[in-house]
Design a protein around this ligand. Structure first.
Ligand code: FAD
Length: 308
């Protein structure tokens, strides 16, 4: 079956599944805005995506805690002013355990019950050598255990369909995921990936290790292919040539690029869904349009969200 034929079949099936209240679970990731204008765009996007009734929405934490206050403000506002369940990201980089515990306690006091616990990237960026803070949590598994001691948070952690660059092999990648679950995490949220096979093989590896926790497929629709390629290179995410060709020559044509990006992500979600994947996490980059379009293809709409 061609990709187009399978996408067509998928859209029809998705509409039926939505009618039968069998919706995929989605979550949305945002980053804390730097300016008033960007804050306005973020809140427009949150309001547009809210009716889809996501499982949760998460807010990232800038390298080394650089967005600590802005992350806190954004999650606290989501908790206070929307029907959404916010999840606050937090990292180990450049902070003592006491500092991190204080941030976690402040999240809990603001009504935040879900965190995404991460090691974080070194100050030199993804790919630079990592050294734990001498008084800090060394790795995400240590942070999960520490957070559990602060409050009974629901905890999500990261997992990598193309393997984390610091993992020597797949056995250490899966062992690390298991350590994070054993320390108290309840789900893995995947890094973005291009090839559905990467995620499906990861799912097999996780199941093969006897792990039953959910892994959520991280979907990054392409807004700017140059930025996408840079992020992929830093995280050693594989970008096949056929995918790069889709965006060839579209650097100055954002409208066509957006249509291509929506089609490519919808096709990826269709392929995953056909393989039984039911949880999708969208890296929205604070824009609603692409995520909204892809969610509709997945069978979600405001009405379906409200009925569920
Ligand atoms: C869903 C998602 C959300 C993210 N959000 C953010 C964010 O908000 N802010 C941000 O700065 N970054 C974020 N990141 C990026 C993340 O911080 C980086 O990918 C980071 O390099 C690894 O974080 P981790 O939690 O996966 O680390 P870990 O799970 O700690 O693993 C990192 C590496 O260390 C290895 N390792 C683990 N334990 C040990 C040990 N004891 N000894 C030696 N090696 C070990 C692992 O095998 C792995 O290769 C996010 C990533 C994802 C997938």
């Amino acid at each position: 079956m061609t990709g187009v034929a399978s996408l067509h079949g998928f859209i029809a099936d998705a509409a039926e599944r939505a009618g039968a209240h069998q919706r995929p679970r989605v979550s949305f990731e945002f980053f804390p805005p730097k300016t008033d204008k960007l804050e306005e765009i973020l809140w427009e996007s949150i309001r547009k995506l809210e009716p889809l009734a996501p499982n949760f929405v998460s807010v990232t934490y800038g390298a080394g805690g650089s967005t600590r206050d802005r992350t806190h403000r954004t999650v606290a506002r989501i908790a206070a002013e929307t029907s959404l369940k916010p999840a606050a990201h937090i990292t180990c980089v450049d902070a003592t355990r006491a500092e991190i515990d204080a941030v976690l306690a402040a999240y809990w006091a603001a009504g935040v019950r879900h965190i995404v616990a991460l090691r974080g990237d070194p100050p030199g960026g993804a790919g630079a050598a990592y050294a734990p803070h001498p008084d800090g949590y060394a790795y995400a598994a240590d942070l999960v255990a520490g957070a559990r001691a602060v409050a009974p948070f629901e905890i999500s952690v990261a997992i990598y369909p193309d393997r984390h660059p610091d993992s020597a092999d797949w056995a250490s990648e899966i062992d690390n995921f298991k350590r994070k679950l054993d320390a108290g995490a309840s789900r893995g949220v995947s890094n973005f990936f291009v090839d559905a096979e990467s995620f499906l093989r990861l799912r097999d590896r996780v199941a093969g290790a006897g792990i039953s926790a959910a892994i959520v497929a991280g979907i990054m629709p392409v807004t700017n292919f140059t930025g996408f390629k840079k992020m992929a290179a830093a995280g050693k995410v594989s970008v096949p040539n056929w995918f790069a060709r889709l965006f060839d020559g579209l650097d100055d044509d954002p409208e066509t690029r957006r249509l291509v990006a929506a089609a490519a992500s919808a096709e990826l979600c269709a392929r995953l869904s056909a393989e039984g994947v039911e949880d999708f996490h969208f890296y929205t980059l604070n824009r609603a349009d692409l995520t909204l379009a892809i969610c509709r293809v997945l069978g979600l709409s405001a009405a379906a969200g409200a009925q569920a």
